[in-house]
Design a protein around this ligand. Sequence first.
Ligand SMILES: C[S@@+](CC[C@H](N)C(=O)[O-])C[C@H]1O[C@@H](n2cnc3c(N)ncnc32)[C@H](O)[C@@H]1O
Length: 351
Amino acid sequence: MAREQISKIAYKTLQQGKSIAGLAHKELSTRIMNFMLPDNKLGDFNIDKKLLIDIQNSMDFLREEDWNDAEKNIYPKKLLFDEPWLRYLTQYPKIWLDMPNTWDRRRKQNYQDLPNNIDNENYPKYYLRNFHHQTDGYLSDFSASIYDLQVEILFNGSADSMRRRIIKPLKEGLHNFSNRKKSSLKILDVATGSGRTLKQLRGAFPKENIIGLDLSGSYLKEASRFISNLEGDLIELVKGNAEELPFGDNSHQAISCVYLFHELPRTVREKVLKEFFRVLEPGGVLVIADSIQENDSPDFIQIMENFHKSFHEPFYCDYIKEDINSKMEQIGFNNIKTKSFFMTKVWSAVK
Ligand SMILES: C[S@@+](CC[C@H](N)C(=O)[O-])C[C@H]1O[C@@H](n2cnc3c(N)ncnc32)[C@H](O)[C@@H]1O
């Protein structure tokens, strides 16, 4: 019991430490940017006391939920302490060195600053841009090499705790196939990025087949390095477009998708949902995690507006207003549930 208490304190201290580090980085980098490029000044973002308390409460709720799910063995507790410190150490100086390029892009509103060697025809138009003003968009090894830590900083160290919120609904959904061998079940993670979600999934699903799909070859290479020494069967990585998944009808029992939808135009979101429906076997489960939305997180509208203003996220404003539940229902999904945790909303639905 005492041991449990100590590890819970250790977990919360780790999370608080990461949160302070993330906030300190953001404060420092904004000050330096405002000093060096006064004309680039972001609108003042004054967090009032009530908002601060709401943020703190929702982070506490997220940590409590994360801890409790691990206590219930929904995933192993070691995932809560699994931080790639060495990787962060190599990524952090690169983030600082690259920052002036990001500021410059923001100042010039230059969102098409992409590597010359890419073949535009291989990518949808909405994808060919510098999301978050990031260097090379999603289209270079350099971008892939610093992405993880950037997200970690953006979410004040809570990114993986939020990604882990997909695990419980995935497990609940897979109960529909509990009469089958686990090794016959297929879990597809769409827009898998540099592999963080895959690592959480492998921890929770040691025997199932896990497949990660992304449109970026560079991000898949980074994912491959990140997951190469995980225990369990090899995770398959596939380069492909979520709009036209390279899989047969009814071929997968679960699909997850983390932080993709806010970066898609509305018509593409619908197309992707239809693809998910096609590829899932009847009874299969879809779990999406993405930004919170206006209707169920009205207290955080100020944060959502600030996110949209500070980062290049052209589809975000529309995303936070869309009624995705109705769209899922129209497409044929059942048993649609949603729940929000800090900055992330999770949908689960059954085909
Ligand atoms: C914000 S990142 C999220 C990555 C990851 N899921 C995570 O949790 O960090 C968005 C990812 O979606 C991928 N992506 C965007 N549009 C896509 C599409 N149409 N098909 C497949 N992947 C796509 C990008 O390459 C990028 O890796």
